[in-house]
Design a protein around this ligand. Structure first.
Ligand SMILES: [Zn+2]
Length: 171
């Protein structure tokens, strides 16, 4: 997975993913991501061509950035979790949980990615390509560590970026 530096203060809210809709119109074409292995067919992005059945056809082939790579390149994200006040004894386990979650999410869907896990003193900042991914990860962290308080906020419409703050409560 590619790691990019994401600066929260430099977010530009991105336009709807019109390119994706363009792909849908072309019935039999294939789109390969120029950056990762993702390939677009049957109306969604896949890790490879394993389930593609019509390889013998004369296909229109395009090379573009997949939405996830494009988002990362443009230093955008759809989910951000800021985890504060992490007790030293939990840090290693927490990072492990986050990395494992990221690997599983990407294995399930080529567009579901944790972009970066950034450490800053006793805090972590995690960014993701999907807002649902951030919400699921936040829930996992709360379930695993119990004494964690959560605050969720959204960027104004039409963008749907979710910002989650998790705070470890001192016992
Ligand atoms: Zn890609």
């Amino acid at each position: 997975m590619k790691k990019n530096i994401v600066k929260t203060e430099a977010i530009e809210f991105y336009a709807p993913r019109t390119e994706e809709h363009e792909f849908v119109r072309g019935k039999t074409g294939l789109v390969f991501c120029k950056n990762c292995n993702a390939v677009y067919y049957k109306k969604s992005w896949h890790h490879n061509l394993r389930h593609y059945k019509n390889l013998a056809e004369n296909l229109a082939i395009k090379f573009l950035l997949c939405p996830a790579c494009k988002m990362i390149k443009n230093k955008q994200f759809e989910g951000e979790i800021v985890i504060l006040n992490i007790p030293d004894k939990f840090l290693k386990e927490l990072v492990h949980l986050i990395e494992a979650f990221g690997r599983r999410a990407y294995a399930r869907d080529s567009q579901h990615r944790l972009i970066e896990i950034k450490k800053d003193k006793r805090n972590l900042i995690v960014t993701s390509t999907e807002n649902q991914l951030a919400k699921q990860l936040a829930k996992k962290i709360k379930d695993a560590f119990k004494k964690v308080e959560e605050k969720i906020s959204y960027s104004p419409a039409p963008s749907d970026v979710v910002y989650i703050k998790l705070m470890f409560l001192s016992s």
